[in-house]
Design a protein around this ligand. Structure first.
Ligand code: HEC
Ligand code: HEC
Length: 325
C-alpha cells in the first residue's frame, strides 16, 4: 500500500510525464539546423542573404524573387498547386516551404540538391522560374543592381559570385525556423492542446504514420516510395527502378499552412492529404472522426514565424533598375 502511494507521489512530481504522455520520438523542434563548416553564419551574411531572397534582379523579367513563390508572409509558400514563374508559366511541382528547410537531409521533393547552397543555384537559371541565361548573367545583374560592395563587405574583396550568392541565401534560410508551436509548448509543460489534438497525436503513433514522419521534425528525412500520381520522383534523377516514385518524407511542421499538398499539389485540404496517406502508405481507411483528430494534431505544429523586416535593396546611383529590353 505504502509503495503505491510512493509511486503515485513520484508520478505526480514528474508532472511532465504525468500530464503529457508524448508518444516515443516526438519532441521539441531543435533550436537551429546544422551549419556547414564552409559557410559559417554571420549577421552581415544573413542580411545580404535576405536581400538576395527578395531580389527580383535575379530573374530575367526583373519580376520574380525567391519570395514570389516562397512568400514569407504566407509560411514560405504560395498556396498554389504549381507556382507561377517566368512569362507566367507554371512548373510541374508544388513549391515546398523554405521554413525549417535547413533541417532537411537533402533539398527538393526528390532530394536532387544536397544542401541549401546547392539548391539556391537552381531557381535563377530555371527557365520556368526566374529564367536568367547563365551564372555569369546572374552575377552581371547583381553588379548592375549595386551588390559589389555588399559582397565585399561579407566575403572579402572581389567576392561577388554565383557561389557566394548561394551561400548568403542559404545562411538566411537557416534562420527561417519556427519554434514554439503549441505542440512544442505542450511537450515542455508550458501549454495545452485540445483533447482532439491529443487523440490525433496518439493515433498517428498507433497506426504508424510516425514510422516515416518521425522525431521532432516529424520526418525521418528519408526517401521512400509514394505510389500516387504520374511523377516518378527520384527515378527521373537516378534512372534506377528502385527510385520509382521515391520522394522525401515531408515534415509536418507548419503543414496546416502550406496547402495544397504533395509534390503535385493534388490534395487540396489537409484532411484529404491525411486520408490519402493512410490509404497509400499504410493501407488503412481512416474514419472521418480519426481524420479530424489527426488534422487537429497537425494544426498544433504551426510554429512562430521569425520576425522579418522587409529589406531595402541596393540600387546604383539612387535609380530604379530598368529591365525593359
Ligand atoms: C517560380 C517559383 C519559384 C521560385 C521563383 C523559387 N522557387 Fe524554390 N521551389 C519552387 C518549387 C516548385 C520547388 C520544388 C521543386 C522540386 O522539388 O522539384 C522549390 C523548392 C525549393 C526548396 C526545397 C525545399 C524542400 O523542402 O526540399 C528551397 C529551399 C527553395 N525552393 C528555395 C528557393 C530560393 C532560395 C529561391 C530563390 C533563389 C527560390 N526557391 C525560387 C518554386 C520556386
Ligand atoms: C512509408 C512512409 C510514410 C508513412 C507511413 C506516412 N507518410 Fe506521409 N508522407 C510520406 C512521403 C514520402 C510524403 C511526401 C509525398 C509527396 O512526395 O507528395 C508524405 C507527405 C505527407 C503529407 C503532405 C505534406 C506536404 O507538405 O505536402 C501529409 C499531410 C502526410 N504525409 C501525413 C501522413 C499521415 C497522417 C500519415 C499516417 C496516416 C502518413 N503521412 C504516413 C511518407 C509517409
Amino acid at each position: 500500500m505504502k509503495n503505491i502511494f510512493l509511486a503515485l507521489f513520484f508520478m505526480a512530481l514528474s508532472s511532465n510525464a504525468w500530464a503529457n504522455e508524448i508518444p516515443e520520438g516526438m519532441g521539441v523542434l531543435p533550436s537551429s539546423p546544422p551549419i556547414p563548416t564552409n559557410n559559417p553564419m554571420t549577421q552581415a551574411k544573413v542580411e545580404l542573404g535576405k536581400k538576395l531572397y527578395f531580389e527580383p534582379a535575379l530573374s530575367k523579367s526583373g519580376h520574380f524573387s525567391c519570395n514570389s513563390c516562397h512568400n514569407l508572409a504566407t509560411w514560405g509558400v504560395d498556396n498554389q498547386q504549381f507556382s507561377i514563374g517566368h512569362k507566367w508559366q507554371r512548373g510541374g511541382r508544388n513549391a515546398p516551404t523554405v521554413l525549417n528547410s535547413g533541417f532537411w537531409s537533402r533539398q527538393f521533393w526528390d532530394g536532387r540538391a544536397p544542401l541549401l547552397e546547392d539548391q539556391a543555384k537552381g531557381p535563377p537559371l530555371n527557365p520556368v522560374e526566374m529564367a536568367v541565361e547563365s551564372e555569369a548573367d546572374a552575377v552581371t545583374r547583381l553588379k548592375a543592381a549595386g551588390y559589389t560592395t555588399e559582397f565585399d563587405a561579407v566575403f572579402g574583396k572581389n567576392s561577388i559570385s554565383y557561389n557566394n550568392m548561394a551561400k548568403a541565401i542559404a545562411a538566411f534560410e537557416r534562420t527561417l525556423n519556427t519554434p514554439n508551436a503549441p505542440f512544442d509548448l505542450y511537450v515542455q509543460g508550458k501549454g495545452t492542446i485540445s483533447p482532439a489534438a491529443i487523440r490525433g497525436m496518439n493515433k498517428v503513433a498507433d497506426i504508424g504514420c510516425t514510422s516515416c514522419h518521425a522525431g521532432p521534425l516529424f520526418t525521418s528525412n528519408k526517401f521512400v516510395a509514394f505510389k500516387h500520381g504520374s511523377d516518378i520522383g527520384l527515378k527521373a534523377v537516378t534512372g534506377k527502378d528502385d527510385d520509382d516514385h521515391v520522394f522525401r518524407v515531408q515534415s509536418w511542421r507548419n503543414v496546416a499552412m502550406t496547402a495544397p499538398y504533395f509534390h503535385d499539389g493534388s490534395a487540396k485540404t489537409l484532411a484529404e492529404a491525411v486520408s490519402i496517406m493512410a490509404k497509400v502508405q499504410l493501407n488503412t481507411k481512416l474514419s472521418k472522426h480519426d481524420v479530424k483528430d489527426i488534422v487537429a494534431f497537425l494544426e498544433t505544429l504551426t510554429g512562430e514565424m521569425p520576425q522579418i523586416t522587409y529589406p531595402q535593396l541596393p540600387r546604383p546611383n539612387n535609380h530604379a533598375l530598368d529591365w525593359q529590353e
